[in-house]
Design a protein around this ligand. Structure first.
Ligand SMILES: Cc1cc2nc3c(=O)[nH]c(=O)nc-3n(C[C@H](O)[C@H](O)[C@H](O)COP(=O)(O)O)c2cc1C
Length: 167
């Protein structure tokens, strides 16, 4: 958690303390999605992070620059299983391979949708992310096709629990 110490004549000590308690950091949810399933997950994760007290921003991977990683207290990356159990190769894979050099010690969570592979791409992605020294939260949230109500609840919980862990 980052402490907010602001000199403000309108806030007394207790109110400052409450601000400190409420501010759970700033996270970015960065994703690629072809048919919208991972995007639905991303939106629910962002909502969960916000309900946990964080400032949470959401980006399609093409809108996010690796240099921006340092602006956040934690990063949540989302990409479905594509190709043959790999990350999407046009945009997400090039982004992630550039990002890897900047993730050492950074709190990271992973998520994405898959179709038929049982989540093998996520296992490989988790190992890869641990391998570059990121502080991986959980084991990657993989959901088959479109998330149902239970899947949405899992995404919201991931966002909420991630900000608690980094706070
Ligand atoms: C070109 C292509 C390759 C895919 N490869 C895999 C795969 O290797 N394993 C798997 O489980 N699903 C695979 N899928 C299924 C997608 O992961 C699944 O449809 C997912 O829900 C798509 O997420 P999105 O809606 O966020 O794009 C593939 C889909 C496409 C279009």
């Amino acid at each position: 958690m980052i402490s907010l110490t602001v000199e403000c004549p309108f806030l007394n000590y207790c109110e400052l303390y409450e601000l400190e308690e409420l501010y759970m950091g700033k996270v970015a949810v960065v994703y690629w999605s072809g048919t919208g399933n991972t995007e639905t997950m991303a939106q629910a994760i962002r909502a969960g992070a916000q309900s946990g007290g964080a400032e949470a921003e959401i980006f399609q991977v093409e809108q996010f620059r690796v240099d921006d990683i340092t602006k956040y207290d934690g990063l949540v990356f989302g990409c479905p299983a594509m190709g043959d159990e790999v990350l999407e190769e046009g945009s997400f894979e090039p982004f992630f391979s550039e990002a890897e050099a900047h993730l050492k010690g950074v709190p990271v969570a992973l998520f994405g949708s898959y179709g038929w592979g049982g989540g093998a791409w996520m296992q490989a992605w988790v190992e890869r992310t641990k391998g570059v020294g990121a502080k991986l939260f959980g084991n990657g949230l993989a959901i088959e096709n479109a998330p149902d109500a239970d899947g949405i609840a899992k995404c919201e919980a991931l966002g909420r629990d991630f900000v608690k862990a980094i706070g």
